[in-house]
Each structure stands twice: as C-alpha cells, then as structure tokens.
Design a protein around this ligand. Structure first.
Ligand SMILES: Nc1nc2c(ncn2[C@@H]2O[C@H](COP(=O)(O)OP(=O)(O)O)[C@@H](O)[C@H]2O)c(=O)[nH]1
Ligand SMILES: [Mg+2]
Ligand SMILES: [Zn+2]
Length: 305
C-alpha cells in the first residue's frame, strides 16, 4: 500500500493511505541507515510503501524525495534533521513585533529554500500591531524582497487582513509553514481552515527568546489538493552543509549579475571588476542582503576550518 506521512513523533508515524484512511506505522529497522547524518529516516510529506499484518503497519520503503528541507539538530552538531519532504512552497511567517524578527533569519531561510529549489512566500503577520513608521519600514522591506524576486504578503490574523491572499497562494500546493514560535503560524492555519484546530499559544507563555513547547511537524489537509505542514517553532536555522564557494549561487540577485564580473569564480568580496558588489553599494540591491552574504560566508568558512 502507498501512503503519505502526515505526522512523525520520532518512533511512530501517522500515514494517510491512498484510500484516505489513517494508520499509525513504525519504521522497518533496516531503514534506519547506520552512519547516516540524518537523525530521521522518514519525514512528514514522504511517500511511503506500507505493509500490514493485522493491526501492525510497517513503513517498508520511502520513495525518492522531490525535495526536502533540513536543519541541523543543534548548532554545533553535524547531524541533520529533515523537517519535511516533497514541498511545493515554503512559507516563512514573520512579524516585526511580538516576537521581533531577528536580523538575518529570513535570509537564512531563503538560502536554505534556494539550495533545495523550493519556492518561497514570506508572510508578515500581526500588521495590526504596527504604527505608521513600522508600516513604512515593512513596505520598504517588502519592496526590497520583491526587487530580488521574493513574494511576500502583509497580513493580520487578528483583523483578517490578507488571509484570503495567503489562501490563494497556497491553493493546490503542499506548503511548509515555518517561523519563530509566537509569530502566529497556528492562528494563521486556523484562519485558513478552522477545521485544522491548531493549538494557539498565548504570547505571554513565551519568554523573550521565543521558547517553545516541543512538538513535531504535522501535515494538515486544507482541501483535496492543498496541504499545510506546520512546524514547531524554530529559533534559528543552522546553515546547511555547503562549500563557502556555493553560497553565492543561492543569492539569485548575485547569480543574475555575476556574468558581468571579470572573474568567473568571483566571490563578490574584493575582486577587481566585480559587477555584483557595486550594485549593492550603489543601492540597486538591498544592502542588508550583502551584509548577510558576508556574514554567512564567514560562518561557512569557520565551519570548514
Ligand atoms: N495582535 C496579533 N496577535 C496575533 C496575530 N496572530 C496571532 N496572534 C497571537 O500571537 C500568539 C501566538 O500565536 P500562535 O498562532 O500560537 O503562534 P505560533 O507559535 O507561530 O503557532 C497568540 O497569542 C495569538 O493570538 C495577529 O495577527 N495580531
Ligand atoms: Mg504553533
Ligand atoms: Zn563579483
């Protein structure tokens, strides 16, 4: 039997079979590949083959993944955890306030999504909390992302503003919803489809760092062809394993201009005849992207040394 993994608790997996019924399944021992750097052999969104004996269901095989998104288990660890697989869209939910967005977080997420070739939508929630200065700042931020090719929406689950636009953008897709704890992911899911009944946590339950109660990624059906994968709050994304030289390939605005660089392997740091760095310096591209590029580059070099 074929099915799709809707939820993982570490040892048990909730699988929706092709006939629409749900079963709890375990993973065959041999799937837990020794020496693998992934802590989980099966993840939400995986298409799997199931065998059943009586009430016992086993995941025998995981189909090849169209794509997947991972994060490091801990900051220093080399182990990775696959958050979800077979995604059509990665939705980053962020807020300027409560909890305040951390500089670089969105770009880290975009980088990961680029590396795995997953289209992204950025959703800025809680716009009801913003004063006019903050609104103006958010408009600038949205324009900056738009200029490099990333779509975003300004919404408020509180007032209902923009929910229909998000619903439209995720229609007929499998979307991963990600972002800090407390930004309103669960609230947004419920606004899109009240039947999802995701648990909303009061902001006052979070400490300043956006502490979260541990939960697991879970897939929710919105309609027949639309699915949302809700992830536990992520405090940070460790950079995925890549060579420092690869980083520039995941900044689409750099890729577009790099033909104009004198050297084909230009890192856009201090090479003569670079066409990329001046574009940022002259304000044609958002400077904060360049800052984050330099920052990530140092971080990757540090990991390799
Ligand atoms: N002011 C305001 N609060 C919101 C909005 N959306 C969610 N919240 C609140 O933010 C808190 C965290 O929401 P939750 O959905 O649990 O966030 P999650 O951790 O990302 O799933 C709750 O107290 C929500 O009521 C919004 O648009 N405006
Ligand atoms: Mg939540
Ligand atoms: Zn260059």
């Amino acid at each position: 039997m074929k099915g799709i993994v809707f939820k993982s608790t570490g040892s048990w997996y909730k699988v929706r079979l092709d006939d629409g019924t749900f079963v709890d399944a375990r993973v065959r021992g041999k799937l837990r590949t020794a020496g693998s750097r992934n802590t989980n052999p099966v993840t939400v969104g995986d298409q799997v083959t199931i065998s059943s004996t009586g009430d016992d269901h086993m995941i025998d095989q995981v189909d090849e993944r169209k794509n997947y998104i991972i994060r490091k288990s801990t900051k220093l660890s080399k182990e990775t955890h696959i958050i979800a697989a077979n995604l059509d869209l990665a939705v980053m939910v962020a807020t300027l306030k409560s909890p305040k967005i951390k500089f670089g977080f969105i770009d880290r997420f975009l980088l990961t999504a680029e590396a795995y070739n997953i289209p992204v939508l950025i959703v800025f929630n809680k716009c009801d909390l913003l004063n006019s200065n903050e609104c103006a700042y958010l408009n600038e931020l949205q324009d900056a992302y738009k200029s490099i090719g990333y779509e975003s929406e300004q919404i408020s689950v509180q007032t209902g503003e923009g929910i229909d636009r998000v619903a439209e953008r995720i229609n007929d897709k499998v979307s991963l919803f990600s972002g800090f704890s407390g930004v309103g992911k669960s609230s947004l899911l419920n606004a899109i489809n009240p039947a999802i009944q995701a648990r909303v946590t009061d902001v006052s339950d979070f400490n300043e760092k956006g502490q979260h109660t541990t939960t697991f990624a879970e897939m929710h059906p919105v309609n027949k062809h639309t699915f949302i994968i809700d992830t536990p709050g992520l405090r940070s994304f460790g950079l995925i394993d890549m060579e420092p030289e690869e980083l520039r390939d995941y900044f689409p605005e750099m890729v577009r201009l790099s033909d104009g660089c004198k050297f084909h392997n230009c890192s856009h740091i201090n090479e003569p005849g670079c066409a990329v760095k001046p574009a940022y310096e002259e304000g044609e591209l958002p400077w904060f992207r360049y800052e984050n590029y330099c920052h990530f580059l140092e971080e990757l070099k540090g990991l390799k040394s």
